[in-house]
Structure formats: C-alpha cells, structure tokens
Ligand binder design. Structure first.
Ligand code: FES
Length: 149
C-alpha cells in the first residue's frame, strides 16, 4: 500500500477570487525576485518569476491572453506554463508549480530542474530558502490593478 505524500513546499497563497480573471498578483520574497501569480480567463493559475527573460521587465504588469503574458516593456510574449519566450524571441523565466484546490491557490517552491530553460534569468535565480520564510501571506494587487480602482 502506498500513500501520497504532499511535498512540504506547497504553500497556500490566497483564494482564486483574490486574483481577477486575466489578472496577476505579486508575491514578494525577501532578498529574491518576486513571483507573479496569473489567473487566466478559464481560471487556470500559473506562477512565473516576475522578471522578463529579455531585460527584467515586470511580467505581473503585462497583459494576459490565453496562456501567455505580454511583457509591458518591449512586448515579448511569455508562455505562462513554461516561462519560455514565444518565437522569434528566446529566453526563459522560471516557473513554479501552482494549483487550485477548493478555491484556494497553492504554490510549490520546491527546486525544479531547468533543462528546458536555455537562457534568461531563471538559471541564476533559484530560491534556496524554505517556503515559510519566502512567501508573504498576502498577495498584493499589481500596480495596474491599483491604478484601475
Ligand atoms: S523586458 Fe520584457 S520584453 Fe523587454
């Protein structure tokens, strides 16, 4: 008989409804790049380092369409599931496993292999801290959302 053991790195972040459809929230991390949490129109949730692989633009301020986000600085499109820039651009932002359970968003900060990331900031910016010390309990609205209100 086998039991399913949840990794200790899964952390509850916020409710799904705390992120508007096609919106994002920023998770601040002490001493590390922030993480952008995105919600799609179909209520999928993705977590990507909030740092564009081109020149570090804040992806959380970008426009979400389908499963991509367009960086607000120079318009690169980044796949939310993989962190990969869409052709012809080349680069990769680190992604983090995220899931929705019973209306709650959970994020895993467990180390992930990055063989699929060929370039970009993600290789240099992998967290090594325990998640309890990394993730702020509150997911803050993006600047664009604050300005809209
Ligand atoms: S910094 Fe994102 S496209 Fe240039």
């Amino acid at each position: 008989m086998s039991a399913v053991v949840e990794p200790a790195t899964w952390v509850r972040i916020c409710r799904l409804e705390d992120i508007p459809a096609l919106g994002a929230r920023v998770l601040a991390r002490a001493g590390r790049d922030d993480i952008a949490l995105f919600r799609t129109a179909t209520d999928q949730v993705f977590a990507v380092l909030d740092r564009c692989p081109h020149k570090g633009g804040p992806l959380s301020q970008g426009i979400v369409a389908g499963e991509t986000v367009t960086c607000p600085l120079h318009g690169w499109n980044i796949g939310l599931a993989t962190g990969e820039a869409c052709a012809p651009d080349v680069g990769c932002a680190r992604t983090f496993p995220a899931r929705v359970e019973a209306g709650e968003i959970w994020l895993s900060l467990e180390e992930q292999p990055h063989d699929d990331c060929r370039s970009g900031f993600s290789r240099d910016r992998q967290p090594t801290e325990r998640p309890e010390s990394v993730v702020a309990a509150e997911a803050a609205p993006t600047t664009a959302e604050r300005d809209r209100d």
